[in-house]
Design a binder for this molecule. Sequence first.
Ligand code: GDP
Ligand code: MG
Length: 195
Amino acid sequence: DLGESGVGKTAIIKRYLYDQFNEEKSPSDSMHYVEKDLVVKKKKIKLNIWDTIGQEKYRSLSKLFLNETQIVILVYSIDDAKSFQELNYWNDLYKEQLGDEILLGVVGNKYDLYLNQEVSEDEGKEYAAQNNGIFSQLSAKENKIGIDEYILKLVTEYLNRKINRINLKDFEIIDANKKKGIILTNKQIQDLGFN
Ligand code: GDP
Ligand code: MG
């Protein structure tokens, strides 16, 4: 994930992985690279997740981060218009280095602070649409909207693109920890190259 310092990138990943949240600013080096397994009909999909470690201020991307990246999530905070404006910078930067074949997610985090909302949902949606991105407002703090569901949506869309837009009606991905999800047909698994 990419975006300005303080928008909650690390918090989103921690919520997703450990279902935890703390109020303190996460120490900038506390999370860099983590893995999470999703299971597709007993076949594992490993998500390699890269977080920035305080590189925000240098406005650069680490070389490691750039290797084999398939999905980029741009994060702003809905109570901070500047963090939204700055998405342009991160958007240009990753496109310059990774090309535009990447699947893009755009997240307005800190949805729990909607009383101080400076960026409307429509503005977020519009920005995502212009950049062909998949949008959601989320809250790492309250997680009512479902970070899990959002990530699954991104992964499903990624797989969907990869296997040439098969019909996703009965396409299912199972969260290895939570045992929920969908089932793939054998044909779909073959298409994915898992067999
Ligand atoms: P990063 O620099 O983008 O990785 O941001 P952090 O994950 O370190 O979060 C920065 C600060 O915002 C911390 O104090 C977090 O507790 C807080 N924060 C993160 N997500 C949320 C959220 O959804 N709601 C609220 N109210 N605060 C959040
Ligand atoms: Mg961070």
